[in-house]
Design a protein around this ligand. Structure first.
Ligand SMILES: [Zn+2]
Ligand SMILES: [Zn+2]
Length: 315
């Protein structure tokens, strides 16, 4: 399966500010000058770009949570409908408005704004050839989505969107097969609750645990978590805060970078992708926090920052 990030910001969509854009641009110009001095004036722009440090080649992205998974045979799975789903919808629109029906499976972790806000802007939902099946542990998911689109909030109601929609309730720890994938929901500590998912295709598995608060004093609980969920190779997890911020925001429902890496180590995955970044942190802040936090302890796991457009293949 292929796993692709369409939204990695937490809480609120975060377009780049003028100040952040300008400071990035100055850094790029400084780096480019150095490269031209070394390579000569005939050096092409593409060559200069290729030699820039990674953090200047790509931004983290300002869209809120949306993860897309495509199975080996090409079936579509979406986890959460933050503003990133608008961009995913643009990518899927040619299929939605082509000749054949488009079948989509959408799994919801919870319905905080940053996880549903992109849905009214998801173009495939406006095609009568799109069949959408929603899965969640939320009894009244349909009603919650309808409420987002009452006419004071948005001109088109959920019922007016021409796609066909079905809602299936899941039970915690009960694995279900949906096409090529097997998916198991489990609850996470977060205000109002949140559902994590273990997702498997054949022998390859990953865990999606956005919006969760892990505290150092609660780590023993992870042994039970691991026993129940079994093996996985990748963990995608909330890493909204620095440790200092997490200590000041107990009960807010999010995890520090250091704790996210510790959790990954304890459950034995080989790779952890950090996500749900704090909207008040610039890209530079996020990189700085991740750098200093992963240096705080020893860990075996490979740490990756989720960025819009980043993808992993588990085949
Ligand atoms: Zn969130
Ligand atoms: Zn939340």
């Amino acid at each position: 399966m292929e796993i692709k990030f369409y939204g990695v910001r937490g809480s609120c969509p975060t377009p780049i500010t003028r100040e952040e854009y300008q400071s990035k641009l100055i850094e790029i110009l400084d780096e480019s000058k150095k490269i031209i001095l070394e390579e000569g004036i005939d050096c092409s722009s593409k060559e200069i770009f290729n030699r820039l440090p990674d953090h200047l080649k790509q931004n983290i992205g300002g869209n809120t949570t949306c993860l897309y998974v495509k199975s080996r045979s090409g079936q579509h799975y979406i986890f959460d409908m933050g503003t990133g789903i608008r961009v995913l919808g643009n990518d899927l629109a040619p299929l939605a408005f082509g000749g054949d029906p488009l079948n989509l499976n959408i799994f919801m972790t919870h319905t905080h704004w940053d996880h549903i806000q992109g849905w009214p802007f998801f173009k495939p939902a406006y095609s009568p050839k799109t069949n959408i099946k929603f899965y969640s542990c939320i009894k009244n998911l349909q009603e919650r989505l309808e409420r987002q689109q009452i006419e004071e909030n948005f001109p088109i109601t959920l019922g007016m969107m021409p796609s066909k929609k079905e809602f299936q309730l899941m039970t915690e720890h009960e694995e279900i097969s949906v096409g090529d994938l097997k998916i198991t929901p489990f609850f996470l500590k977060h205000p109002g609750s949140c559902t994590g998912y273990k997702i498997s295709e054949g022998s390859r598995s990953f865990i999606f645990a956005t919006d969760v608060e892990f505290r150092p004093e609660e780590l023993d609980y992870l042994n039970a978590w691991k026993d129940r969920l079994g093996e996985a190779e990748l963990l995608i997890i909330d890493a909204q805060y620095s440790s200092e911020e997490a200590d000041k925001k107990i009960g807010w429902g999010h995890t520090s970078v250091q704790m996210a890496v510790e959790v990954a180590d304890r459950i034995g995955v080989s790779k952890v992708a950090l996500t749900h970044f704090e909207p008040d942190h610039t890209d530079r802040d996020v990189l700085k926090i991740v750098d200093s936090e992963i240096g705080l302890g020893e860990h075996r796991v490979e740490v990756v920052l989720a960025k819009e457009g980043l993808s992993f293949t588990l085949d």
